[in-house]
Structure formats: C-alpha cells, structure tokens
Design a protein around this ligand. Structure first.
Ligand code: SAH
Ligand code: SF4
Length: 395
C-alpha cells in the first residue's frame, strides 16, 4: 500500500486548500459584473452610492442587458439615460474571457483556448449535434486529481476558476454562435456539461454560483435538466451539489475494482467505490426519468473485460441506481500509458450492460483532431510563473 508522507502525498488524498480569492481587482479599479448574483449587483451599486430603490431597478436592468441581450457596453443600454451611462462605465465592466486561439475540428467541434486576467490558460469546447449543441465548460485551470489516463491531470498548476470565468465561457459561446438575445427555442447551445478541465466539486462555491446564473430564467435561462455536472467522486460534496445546484449528475467511475480504480482514479483511495455508489443512491432528484450517468473510459486490458461489465451491472443493481452507462473510448495524448480497447471489446462490454436492462451507449469521440476530446485538454499554463494566489496540487 502506498503511504502518504509529507514529501509525497498520494494524489487526491489531500484536499486542495481552496485559497480564498477576493474578487481580483482589475488594474483599472473597475468591478466585473459577470458572475455576480442579482443581489450582489444591487449591493455593488449601493456601495457606489445609489439609493436602495434605484439600485434595485438598475440591477434588474443590468441583468437583462447582460444575460438576455448579451450587451457588454453600457452605452447600448437604452433604458439608462445617456448622461448616466458614464457613471456605470467608470465603475463597472462587463467582459469576456480573453480568446487566445479558436479551432474548428473536421467534425464541427470547436475548441477555444482562453486566458484569465492573471495569465492562466484554460479551454472550452462546443460540440454540435443534429438535435442539440453541448458546451463543455471548465471549472479549474488544470486539476489536482491526477487520474492517470487524463491529460488535464498532468498539469502541475491548478487554480480554481472564478464564477465570472465560468459564466464567461457560456457568454463567449453565445457570442460566437450569435445567440443573443436569449430565446427559449431554436438555440444551438442547448446543453452544458461541466466536463472540461478540473474537478467541479473541488471548486464548489464558484461552480454553484455560476450555474445559478446560467439557470436564471430572466437571463441565460438554461434548464437544470440540460446541465450535467461530472465528478470523479468527491463524495462529501455530492449531497450539496444535489441540494444547492440540482443539475444532472455524471460520475467518472471507470473501474469497479478497488486495485484498478485506486490506480487510475487516485481519489478512490480516499472515497472508495461503495461509498461513492451510496452517495449516488442518495443523490437528490435522481430517478428513472433523470438517471445518473456513469462514465467509463475503455482502457485496453485494464477495465474492459466481460467480468468487469458483469460486476458493473451487479453494483448498479445492488445500490438500485437509476443509471445509464456512458462508455468512452480512451482518447490518446502524447505520453499516455494506455491504449483504447478494441471496438469489438467495447461492443461486447456494452452488450453485457445493455442486456441487463441498463443503457450503455458508446460515446463517439469528437474533436480528436484538435485535441478537444474527453481527457485531451491541457494548456501551457503550467509553464508560466505561479501566480501568487494559485492553488497548487499536492506535488
Ligand atoms: N473532473 C471531472 C470532470 C472532467 S469530465 C471528472 O473527472 O469527472 C471529463 C471526462 O472525460 C471524465 O469522465 C474523465 O474521466 C474522462 N476522461 C479523462 N481522460 C480521458 C481520456 N484520455 N479519454 C477518454 N476520456 C477521458
Ligand atoms: Fe481531473 Fe477529471 Fe482529469 Fe481526473 S479525469 S484528472 S478528476 S479532470
């Protein structure tokens, strides 16, 4: 058994210390409005000197312009008097993440390389399908959890994304797809998955605050049924995720055997499979109409045998889980120690699960040619100087 020492902690065994980051002041002293709740905007306006009733009205108007119309220039806000607009512009700003690079895959998948104001890079991916469009949103720059098959897990530097940076990804996608004003029908961006870089439940507050804004009916208006949060199994935060966010849950299971899951998802040494499945059984809102998705990456000769498939079925039955299984062909990256299971192996695995009455589709890899597929996201951020407030992965 591996023992954690002060010098060599087991990855995932020590929770990263989420260093409190006060909303970083911009160089020009203005305050970013994206990512603030309606109440926070109202408070900010009061702090700047508006009286309570005015602040409430203005907050409502700002919210509409920002999240319904996609406006980022106060001068375009026609229900705010022209003479008053500069008052806002001097104090506040409505911005977007900086785009460093935008790529389009031969299958239509798009990937953006984005940069935070303090010089950290992260990625966002949009996956268009015939009947929907899914935005894959990042929650952290890098990830502390070091799953051995995941490229993001090899990034050394980790910093939580602020709620403004998480909402900012959705705003940017709406800009890119020309989807303003917000409308309930005919959108290209219909679904959001928190499946980009990072472990969303290690950045709980910011992810929750951001998703609340994304779900607000007066603004971006995405239904919680169209949002999925994926976790590698941060068990103590799962109940809160259900209660305070209430979106669909996906769990990166990837193996049903302790020795293997300990190896490939090191967080398993802290929260084991049984504990994880108990938390899934208790997840509020999970039922047959809203199933929990179990993600299962297909790694050749590691987790892909018929016996593994049968054990997966046994566990799902044992915990009586309303589940579907998403089989993800392993996406390679430079230096990865794994190979993807052969297509016939994946089919055989899928059939065993399917024949037990559990849906087990194989996820078609998307955007592999631009390294946008699951587990391929990695940026050059780690080469940059460590920002003062960064959360650092246990080395
Ligand atoms: N940290 C969260 C959210 C990231 S989701 C989580 O792990 O759930 C990204 C999904 O892609 C996860 O299920 C992850 O395990 C999977 N993944 C990671 N690397 C992969 C790879 N190389 N090939 C296929 N899937 C991978
Ligand atoms: Fe982190 Fe998820 Fe990658 Fe694991 S699979 S290293 S939890 S992003």
């Amino acid at each position: 058994m591996t023992v954690a020492t002060a010098l060599m902690p087991i990855p995932g065994l020590i929770d990263p210390v989420p260093v409190a980051r006060p909303l970083a002041p911009r160089a020009d002293g203005r305050v970013e409005l994206i990512g603030m709740s309606k109440d926070a905007i109202r408070n900010a306006l009061e702090t700047e000197g508006l009286e309570a009733k005015q602040a409430k009205l203005r907050a409502k108007q700002l919210w509409h312009w920002i999240y319904n119309r996609g406006v980022s220039d106060f001068a375009a806000m026609t229900d705010i008097a022209k003479v008053q607009q500069p008052w806002f512009a001097e104090r506040f700003v409505i911005s977007r993440p900086e785009v460093i690079e935008a790529q389009v895959s031969s299958d239509g998948t798009r990937k953006w390389l984005l940069r935070t104001h303090d010089g950290n890079d992260y990625e966002m991916v949009f996956i268009p399908d015939a009947d929907r469009g899914t935005l894959c949103v990042s929650s952290q720059v890098g990830c502390t959890l070091n799953c051995t098959f995941c490229h993001t897990g090899t990034m050394r530097l980790v910093r939580n994304l602020e709620s403004s940076e998480i909402v900012g990804q959705v705003m940017l996608a709406r800009d890119a797809l020309s989807e303003w004003p917000s409308r309930p029908e005919g959108r290209m961006l219909t679904n959001i998955v928190m499946m980009g870089m990072g472990e969303p439940l290690y950045n709980f507050n910011n992810v929750r605050d951001a998703l609340k804004i994304v779900m607000d009916g007066d603004g971006l208006g995405l239904s919680k049924r169209r949002i999925t949060l994926s976790t590698s199994g941060v068990v103590p935060m799962m109940a809160r995720a259900g209660a305070e966010i209430g979106v669909n849950l996906a769990v990166s299971l990837h193996s049903v055997r302790k020795e293997i899951r300990d190896e490939i998802v090191p967080l398993n040494r802290k929260y084991g499979i049984e504990q994880l499945l108990e938390a899934c059984a208790a997840y509020p809102g999970a039922n047959n109409a809203r199933r929990i998705t179990f993600e299962y990456v297909m790694l050749k000769d590691k987790n892909d045998s018929d016996a593994d498939a049968r054990e997966l079925v046994r566990l799902i039955r044992k915990y009586d889980l309303p589940a579907k299984v998403n089989l993800i062909p392993f996406n390679p990256w430079p230096g990865a120690a794994y190979e993807c299971s052969a297509p016939e192996r994946i089919r055989a695995f899928s059939n065993i699960v399917f024949e037990a009455g559990i849906s087990a589709p194989v996820r078609t890899p998307r955007g592999r040619d631009i390294d946008a597929a699951c587990g391929q996201l990695k940026t050059a951020s780690e080469r940059q100087r460590k920002p003062r407030e960064a959360v650092v992965a246990p080395a």
